[in-house]
Write a protein that binds this ligand. Sequence first.
Ligand code: GLA
Length: 631
Amino acid sequence: MAIKTLAGMTALLLASASAQAAPRDPLAPTGRWSANTDGRAPTPPMGWNSWNAFATDVDEEKVLASAQRIVDTGLAAKGYRYVNLDEGWWDHRRADGRMLVRADKFPSAATPDGATSFRPFTDRLHAMGLKAGIYTDLGRNTCAQAYGPNEPNLPRGSVTEREVGLYGHIDQDIALYFGAWGFDYIKIDGCGLRAYGEDSPLVRAGRHRALAPLLDLENVNRSNIPAVRGMFEQVKAALVRADPDGDYLLSLCIWGSANVRAWAKDVGNISRTSDDITPHWTRLLTNFDTAARRPLYAHPGSWNDPDMLFIGKGEFDAEHLTEARSHFALWAMVSAPLLIGADLRTTPQSLMDIFGNAALIAIDQDPAGNQAVLAFDTDDFQILVKTLADGEKAVALFNRTAAPIEATLTAQHLKLRADAPIALTDVWTGARSSLQGERKFKLAPHETLVFRAEGPRLLADGFYLSELPGIVNPAVDGVTAPMPDPSIHRAVVAWSGSRGAGQRPIYAGWGGAQADATPYGRELEIAGKRLTAGLGVLANSRLEVRNPGYRQLTLSVGVDDSATDASRPVTFTVYGDRKLLASSGPLRRGMVPKSLAVNVAGVKLVELVARAPGAVNEKLPVVWGEAAYHR
Ligand code: GLA
């Protein structure tokens, strides 16, 4: 539009100034699904990563040998496709900014002019039908430079030559890795934004330049969340430029810091929810817990990442098949990336069989992308239920303890009817059996039983939304002050042992939206009535719900009885493709739930908005009770 007059120009400037002055109401319906769907992660990525097996002592032969085994053993045909280099590949950054590969460890990268290129390496992987992944850091320097300064293969040269992270080089590096070198996947660590403050011993010793930390793993309030998020957004923009056909995968690795568990879903394809896994049972519990309580934050395109598989070592080696099987089964239930961390040259068949379990791979890769929801939850034993694309359920019975357990699975856990037989197929043995109403199971220490379950659903003509977390996105979850989640197992961490005061709750997420529970993990209850299904979220929140063709949405909404604010009213409003469809009127704590039946035929995106102007959201958990889609 050409603006011809001065008055026209002034009007335009005034209009844009007032648009800037009025911030967008985050609870206003947008009609748009805001969780990330760019990049290539319609299902969680599967493949292999060098770190757990080799740490920085990685080389071309080791990587290609594992890649070859992935092809030769049939794992590639089962979906394992990414072969990812982790830390240990850099040589140094040249004066003009170009990154150089350690050609002594990756001989195919050597070039006559010394510029090095990973193109022959990625060509090789591509020729094997695989995809190639690379690793970097968002800061100037890396994790091993900070935490393993005596490890082999660290970057060499002057202070600036050893600055191999993306900081200040996002476009240049991404263009090199994806455009010139042909990588398909990038894992981006955050140690460079965490470990290089002015008082760090390595900085003081002159080994590295200082970079004021933006990330603080222990204290979410000391992280600069907008700055870190902004940098990941820059990376994503660079990926889109370097790889316009969208064949890239962006993996965020800031270990659950900076409240990333709430916003990574809008930026990347997978995001680490916790610090590193180690080959110990209790560490598995920690990493699992950080993802297992976040089903509404995972969707096709963007997944929770409790870290790579550690099957093959320590308490997950071939002497610990029960634990190794549990590890794999739990990761499949929570739709985690399945990234093998073992040296496949020497992995015994019993463990290869776990990686190759087709029934569990299918559960992980189910196209509906519903992360399992906790149907029963204690520190000792849990039941997880995942609704699959064909309507069947996958159910895991997980004995977290070192003693045998007798557990009862009920039809109610599965949201299936108690008065009809439910067919069960054991994913480990293929054995078929059934239950009606309920059934007892015996579990060995650390055992996870997994079944596919098929029977008539409680809702004959549809699903509860809490059964379908893959289509529910907490666009605004109402959390105003991120707080650490106290429900996550706190293991002794290998790298600090029992020095200091112990692991404290560190991973923010407490108060986030939940399926079949309140944001603080309680059972849903409105005016004394327990609700076995529903979405629990804080007031002043907006949930986006895709509608894959249902006609009706029914709800029973109200303020949860656990609210500590009894006076402030909440209004529950349902929008369909931005149009107002229904509203509850004001509801306070203690008022009976308000039933709504909403016609959503033809609507693509439903938005559920709970408004309580002026409220302290954390005092007002609300319930989209028994929220259900019907055909
Ligand atoms: C961090 C990451 C690990 C691994 C190492 C490499 O600790 O969390 O997964 O990439 O860095 O140094």
